[in-house]
Design a protein around this ligand. Structure first.
Ligand code: G3H
Ligand code: 13P
Ligand code: ZN
Length: 283
């Protein structure tokens, strides 16, 4: 069943686990996520980026996820990932998204607050939850020095002010992860997660979580992360399976035959994540 993002995250926050938020662009990804969630009895967040919406169309994404969620035995939220455009956020809400992210993290604190509050007012009026971001979650960065860290990682006092003045339902924090594949091993600032969780006592979100070692993910969850975003690891699973299939079967041209093993590979990766995040068995 499709539910509000807030409902899923409140449960995770209360029971101390994290829900996977997996990016989709096509039907095979939607099916892989739903099947993994059913198999592991896990609540799940299916999300689309602005690029994903441009690729598939907001109506297509919404229709696919709603269709998949309709008969699912687990709670499913449909979420906009890294929304930056007011009109597009409204289009998502109009098409049944149950949660949206407003990412104004590249603005100064006051401007981020102003832009986020506007979305919260609109979204909450129609029961849609809002995630925002504070601090800068980069692209792929090799290593971050202490100075850079203070400039880009989420400041706990700013976070307290941000949440009080915007009324967001969840907050994405910058603690050492980055989007895309890592060159070295990411080092998470666990102390920062702990301090922010103690101050805010609300659902916290970790972006750029593909490629983060299992033990680091588990520690982040133990300290208060409740939503974990995964895109790159799913893309890599898809690529791995398609490559292998085409190599072994160079003359097979039926998309169903090529994409079925890719769906299975994505499903296995996603189900493993659900077990690591602690959401398995929570639905
Ligand atoms: O946060 C970024 C996600 O991995 C989405 O990436 O904009 O290429 O769809 P994308
Ligand atoms: P990855 O690139 O690490 O999968 O991050 C995905 C993400 O944060 C989407 O918002
Ligand atoms: Zn992200």
């Amino acid at each position: 069943m499709i539910v509000a993002g807030r409902e899923i995250l409140k449960h995770a926050h209360k029971h101390g686990y994290a829900v996977g938020a997996f990016n989709v662009n096509n039907m095979e990804q939607v099916k892989a996520i739903i099947e993994a969630a059913e198999e592991t009895k896990s609540p799940v967040i299916i999300q689309a980026s602005q690029g994903g919406l441009k690729y598939a169309g907001v109506e297509y994404i919404a229709a696919m996820v709603k269709e998949a969620a309709k008969n699912a035995s687990v709670p499913v939220a449909l979420h906009l990932d890294h929304g930056t455009d007011f009109k597009q956020i409204m289009m998502c809400i109009r098409n049944g998204f149950t949660s949206v992210m407003i990412d104004a993290s590249h603005y100064e604190l006051e401007e981020n607050i102003k832009k986020t509050r506007k979305i919260v007012e609109m979204a909450h009026a129609v029961g849609v939850s809002v995630e925002a971001e504070l601090g800068k979650i980069g692209g792929v960065e090799d290593d971050i020095s202490v100075d850079e860290k203070d400039a880009t990682f989420t400041d706990p006092d700013d976070a307290e002010k941000f949440v009080a003045e915007t009324g967001v339902d969840s907050l994405a924090i910058a603690v050492g992860t980055a989007h895309g594949p890592y060159k070295g091993e990411p080092k998470l600032d666990f102390e920062r997660i702990k301090v922010i969780k103690e101050k805010l006592n609300m659902p916290l979100v970790l972006h750029g979580s593909s490629g983060v070692p299992e033990e680091s993910i588990k520690e982040a969850v133990r300290l208060g992360i409740n939503k974990i975003n995964i895109d790159t690891d799913i893309r890599m699973a898809f690529h791995r399976a398609v490559k292998e299939f085409v190599k072994k079967n160079p003359d097979v041209y039926d998309p169903r035959k090529i994409l079925s093993p890719a769906k299975e590979e994505m499903k296995n990766v996603i189900a493993d994540k659900m077990r690591i995040f602690g959401s398995a068995g929570m639905a």
